[in-house]
Every structure is written in C-alpha cells, then in structure tokens.
Ligand binder design. Structure first.
Ligand code: GLN
Length: 538
C-alpha cells in the first residue's frame, strides 16, 4: 500500500478535506483503488456528542460510527466505503492507551507520549493497511493546523511511520493559504514559508505544497515557494477558490497535475490519466441548470453552513439529476413560532425539515409541516422531520390534541413518538443511539417504493433515539397516514407518506448520507422532481 498524508497550515477552513477528497477522485479515475480517512486531534472520542454549532454535521457511516463531516466529502468524492476505523481522534488514542495501562499491558513501564501514544497511532495505520489489502493508496487527512500543540503527536507518529514503511511509499502534502493583501495588491507567500518551516522542524518535508489562493498563482511566487519550502517548482500546486461548486475542486487541482505528481512520487507507474467525463458532466449540470426551484429548510442550526452539509449536498445532486438549480431558503424554525409559517416561509416549491435534537424550534417545525400539508407544498422530513410530520398529522388530522414526542413533552397524553424499551435506562450520551445502516422492508404501491424502483429491501443509515410509537399505528393509518417502510428486524416505522399530496414523505433514517454526485438518493430525487413540478405549474 502507498500512503498520502495531507496536513494543513496557516489557518483552518482551508478546504483541506476537499483537497484530500479531490485527490481521491483523481486517483480513482486513474484506476487506482483508494481509501480515505481522517485523524482528528481533539479529545472527544467522536464528534457524536458535539453540538453542530461546534463542529457542523455529524456524519454517520454504515457501521454506525459518528464521524467528522469530512468523511462525507470522502464518501461523495470517492467510492470507498468507510468504517469506524477511518476516523481516529486523540480521544480514542488516549482512551485505548489508558485502558492498556490499566490492564497492565505495558509491563510496569512508564507510559509516555513517545513511544506509547505514537505507537497507538501507528498501530491504527498498520491495522487499516492489513484490513484493506486491495487498496492501492490510503489517503489520510490530519485535522487542525500544523503548529497546534494538539496535533503534534499525530505528526510525530506519521514521521516515524514514513521511516518504517519507506519514504518511497509515502507522499506528504501540505495545504496552505496564500493571503491576498488588497491594499498592496499582492499575494503573500510568507505564511506558507513559515508553515512549511514548522512542518520541517517536526521532521516532515512535504513533497507537494497545495496553495489555496483567491487569484491565480504566478510563476515568480511558484518559484519563491519552491525555494523557501524546499520542494520542486512543479510540486507547487495552486488550489483556487472555485466559482460555482465544490465539485469543481478535482478539476481545478488537475490543472497543476496533482495526480501525476502523486503517482510519480509513489512510483505507481503509468496509470492512465483520468477520464473525468462523468464528473465534468455533473459539474456542467450544476453550473448550467435549465430550471430552478426554491426549497425552504426549516431547522435550528440554520445560520451555520456546515450543520446540514450532507442535506445541502444531496439537494445539489438531486437538482443536477433534474437539470435544476435548488435555491435553498434557510428558515429559523423559531421564527415560524413567532410569525407563522406562511409569513416566514412564503411561496416555495418544497419544505424540508432536517434532523435535530432538543425542543427549541419544535413547534415552528410542526407549523411548517402543517403549512406544507395543507398547501400541497412538497414536504420532505428527515429523522426529526419525519417525527414532526407524524406529530402534526396526529394533532391536526387524527384529532389527538397536543400529541407529541416524549423527547419534548414527557407527560404528553398522546406519545406518538417515544423511546423504545431498550433506550430507556441509557445514561451515557456517546454512541448509544440507534446508529448506522439497517435493512427495511418497502411496501409496494407506495410512493417510496416507486421512487426506490420497487425493490423490496433498502439499507439506510440511522442516528436517533426516539421512534414512531406502534401503539398509534392503527389510528394514524385509519386517518390516512401511509406507512411505506418498516425495519426488517423490529418492524419499526421507517417511512411515512401521505397519498393525496404531491409529495409528503418522512424518513426516520438519513438518506443524505448515501447520496452521490451522479447517484442522487431516490427520495431526494423524488422530492426535487415534485418541487419542479410545482414550480412549473405555478
Ligand atoms: N431527536 C430525535 C431522536 O433522537 C431525532 C434525531 C435526528 O433527527 N437525528 O429520535
């Protein structure tokens, strides 16, 4: 196996994850099998317990691992299926070292950062290598910024690892920022020089420097960076701000032939240069849509771009599939409580209520669902959004006044959403929800089955604690709610829909974790199609 390590310098939010994912895309298109992973230096065992305000979306994998949102980029940009082995945090590393110490596995030695903690990180590298014998290139992104105290142990472990597996098998890529000083009209290379100097102080000489720039990178600056950073001129790669969509990133990085540089450095021979037609076609459809729809997303982390990352990406995928630009209107659910759904949401082609926890904004989301149902506006509820649709239907169609989820009202008379028995005694917050992929049965004749292409089984990823309460199933069904899918094992309700409505679908799982640029998720594709239908009839 060959290894690429991607570090970042100067500032965070550089697009390091996208750079890493784009390299994955380009190598895959060269016919190489890639696997991507992320090392996160924070002390949380996983981001599952972090607020979206802190960390953006929690991305869930098939095996139920709650991971960094960069893993979402990896799965959307490459075809490798990731597992909990592909996101390592300092929290996991220390947890494991301390458990070993308690078990006496260090045989009385003083347990130290080096070698014991760095060994633990290398152990993970070796384990992933062993578990994936068919992978050609393992791409590892290191979170944070070089120079942060937190990241030091990871950097040191990688230095040692490269020595052990042979430097010819390892390619270090450093992503930095070239700030543009407007007043001087100049691009500055000094922060990049200093950031690479810092990395070299830690024993790592980058093979390639990726320079994030607003403008183009001129020859003088390329030469200057090459000289000061001790890399070859051709290995200074520009990574420009993309004009329209993040899916342009691989195309941009290809301009400086990053994939060729990597392949040469790793001695991967003469793999054909990437045919990216499918990817380019997708990008063209995103950039030049024929139609446009507006979709309101009513949530509580609305001001934060990253909180619903995968949902926004899934809407782009589904939009491109229909040659449609999806204009997203972000609606703060609490504002609906104050001013009413029609006033706040207005005339849109679709309403989406995403996942969420806690009771802030809940009543606003119920009003959004009611507005969608009554006004024949396509509605797509995801996880909490499905629970909201159920609550709204119970209250306003079934007449179960004040029906609620016990998450928001423990004493509710009609707990249409409640905890399953096995969730009741749980006190630990980390990794104790219903997590990961499971199988469900689809019922024929429903809209959902139609959208999925009439397969009878689907596999979708979950992340929730509360469930549709089966005690109310009959009453809700009698009133017209259609249950289109239940879990294969426990019979838990997975999808609800309304038949006499252009599109009114709620899914207990998270379809947004399985949508890809050229393979939009069927429910998203159906939702956007319904929105398009509405907008063209308007
Ligand atoms: N809070 C709800 C639950 O725990 C929904 C979770 C979600 O939307 N991810 O069931």
């Amino acid at each position: 196996m060959k290894y690429i390590f991607v570090t970042g310098g100067v500032v965070s939010s550089l697009g390091k994850g996208l750079a890493a994912a784009s390299i994955g895309t380009l190598l895959e298109h060269r016919g190489l099998t890639t696997l991507m992973q992320k090392f996160d230096p924070y002390l949380n065992v996983d981001p599952g317990t972090m607020s979206p305000f802190q960390h953006g979306e929690v991305y869930v994998l098939d095996d139920g691992a709650e991971t960094d949102l960069d893993l979402g980029h990896y799965e959307r940009f490459t075809s490798g299926v990731l597992s909990r082995m592909n996101n390592l945090t300092s929290g996991q590393v220390f947890d494991s070292v301390i458990k070993k110490e308690r078990r006496g596995e260090f045989l009385g030695k003083t347990v130290q950062f080096i070698p014991h903690v760095t060994d633990e990180i290398k152990l993970r590298m070796h384990k992933v290598t062993e578990d994936n014998p068919n992978t050609d290139v393992l791409i590892t992104e290191i979170g944070g910024t070089v120079g942060d105290m937190e990241g030091l142990l990871f950097i040191e472990a990688l230095r040692q690892f490269a020595l052990e597996v042979g430097k010819e098998n390892v390619c270090f890529i450093h992503v930095t920022l070239l700030p543009y000083i407007k007043a001087a009209g100049e691009v500055k290379t000094k922060p990049t020089q200093q950031s690479v100097a810092k990395l070299r102080e830690l024993g790592i000489q980058p093979d390639i420097v990726i320079c994030r720039t607003e403008a183009d990178l001129d020859e003088d600056n390329r030469k200057k960076i090459a000289m000061f950073c001790n890399v070859e001129r051709k290995n200074v790669v520009a990574f420009r701000d993309v004009a329209h969509t993040i899916y342009e990133c691989p195309l941009d990085l290809r301009r400086d032939k990053i994939d060729r540089l990597v392949v040469d450095k790793l001695g991967l021979g003469h793999t054909p240069s990437p045919a990216l037609e499918d990817w380019e076609r997708f990008v063209q459809r995103v950039i030049h849509p024929k139609h446009k729809v507006t979709i309101a997303v009513a949530g509580k982390y609305i001001e934060l771009q990253d909180a619903y990352k995968s949902i926004y990406e899934s809407l782009i995928h589904a939009g491109a599939h229909h040659d449609t630009k999806v204009q997203i209107i972000r609606v703060e659910a609490e504002a609906i409580e104050d001013r009413g759904a029609k006033e706040v949401i207005g005339d849109v082609d679709g309403i989406l209520v995403p996942g969420g926890f806690g009771d802030r904004g809940i009543e606003g989301k119920v009003l959004a669902a009611k507005y969608a149902r009554e006004s024949n506006i396509p509605y797509f509820g995801i996880c909490l959004g499905m629970q909201i649709a159920t609550i709204e239907f119970a209250r306003n169609v079934c007449g179960l006044k004040d029906a609620n989820s016990t998450e928001f009202d423990k004493a509710t008379k009609y707990p249409v959403i409640c905890l399953q028995e096995e969730q009741k005694g749980i006190e630990d917050m980390g990794a104790t929800m219903r997590l990961g992929s499971s199988e469900s049965i689809l019922f024929t004749g429903t809209k959902a089955a139609d959208l999925y292409g009439n397969v009878d089984r689907i596999h979708e990823r979950h992340r929730h604690r509360y469930e549709f309460n089966s005690d109310y199933q009959d009453r809700l069904q009698e009133a017209g709610l259609v249950i289109s899918s239940v879990s294969a094992e426990e019979g838990l309700v997975e999808i609800v829909e309304l038949p006499d409505h252009p599109f009114y679908v709620g899914a207990q799982f998270h379809p947004e974790f399985q949508s890809k640029p050229n393979h939009p998720h069927p429910l998203f594709a159906g939702f956007v199609a319904a929105a398009l239908e509405k907008s063209s009839n308007a």
